[in-house]
Design a protein around this ligand. Structure first.
Ligand code: GUN
Length: 315
């Protein structure tokens, strides 16, 4: 059996994202009629991280397809934290910017707590990433708030695919503020029994193998191997790792694989945190690409519409 002969059901994030977009389309149209303008997202992209370039391009393209506006501000790699805070202050004060997104990561030169300082500065009502401490607190307290896009999208996908969350054992590998922690909170609010694992977890494969729902958000290519996965489990792969070593791609996916052919065309491929052989063990699995990525973008658009509606209700 080659690693591409999967038994796991493929959880189609692109289809789920398309459904989310169709759900929000009438809300965008209604907002635009009432306000006399489209909802608008202010984006700050500092530096030239290749992954961030792709994310931001896709976010802007999806916004435009739904009739929303986006306003991209760029800063060079050498910019200071103050430059970023100035743009956030302008977006905060603007009457026509409904949502604000500061793409992570910020350049190293801005300092180790730059991201937190920027997220602290974003007006909570415009915080479409849900990273401001006011929104993080509201999420923990299960009060309505703008919630982080990737974890919200994953919950939507699990619901759409009929994966039972209530009573399930859920294991989240990764404790980031962007994915791991909010993911755990949303699963808890849906009555899963949740464990968060990280680099110091003892017997990580053993803990992960207890999961009915396993979320991998580590940022290491093919880290989650077969022994991490209980047969039949639902596995959600949040990883987006670029591989530019042909030998590594061949070792992971096999000599005749589609991934290797894609590598030979493009010189690199993107792969998740989950090893391809997991498809032989898991009951259901999100692909990379085409799994969680499109969901994150759809949820960002949904949060932008919610922020716009919330601001209109207050006006
Ligand atoms: N970088 C990777 N994922 C995200 C995200 O969801 N939001 C922002 N702002 N930056 C990111």
């Amino acid at each position: 059996m080659t690693v591409e002969q999967a038994t796991a059901r493929r959880l189609d994030g692109s289809a789920a994202a398309a459904e989310i977009r169709e759900r929000i389309r009438p809300r965008i149209e209604a907002f635009t009629r009432r306000a006399g303008r489209a909802p608008k997202l202010g984006i700050l992209l500092a530096g030239s991280d290749p992954g961030s370039e792709i994310y931001v391009r896709n976010k802007m393209k999806s916004s435009a397809e739904l009739g929303m506006e986006s306003d991209l501000r760029r800063l060079p790699e050498t910019a200071a934290l103050g430059d970023a805070l100035e743009i956030v202050a302008e977006f905060n004060a603007s009457a026509t910017h409904d949502g604000i997104l500061v793409q992570s990561p910020l350049p190293d030169g801005m300092g180790s707590d730059a991201e937190q300082q920027v997220f602290d500065a974003i007006a909570p009502g415009k915080d479409v990433d849900g990273f401001n401490p006011a929104n993080v607190g509201r999420l923990v307290q299960k009060r309505p708030a703008l919630a982080p896009c990737t974890p919200s999208g994953i919950i939507d996908l699990l619901d759409r695919e009929g994966v039972e969350i209530s009573g399930a054992r859920a294991v989240v590998i990764g404790r980031s503020d962007i994915v791991g922690k909010p993911m755990a909170m949303l699963l808890l609010h849906r009555n899963a029994t949740v464990t968060i694992c990280h680099s110091r977890t003892r017997d990580l494969p053993g803990v992960a193998a207890e999961a009915d729902i396993l979320v991998a958000a580590i940022g290491r290519a093919a880290f989650v191997t077969r022994e991490f996965v209980k047969p039949g489990a639902t596995v959600v792969d949040v990883g987006m790792n670029r591989l530019d070593d042909r030998a590594q791609v061949e070792a992971l996916f096999g000599a005749g694989s589609r991934k290797l052919a894609a590598f030979d065309r493009r010189g690199s491929v993107v792969t998740g945190d989950v090893h391809p052989a997991v498809a032989q063990v898991a009951g259901a699995l999100t692909p990379v690409p085409g799994g969680v990525g499109p969901l994150t973008i759809a949820m960002l658009l949904a949060n932008t519409v919610s922020a716009a509606e919330g601001r209109q209700a207050l006006a």
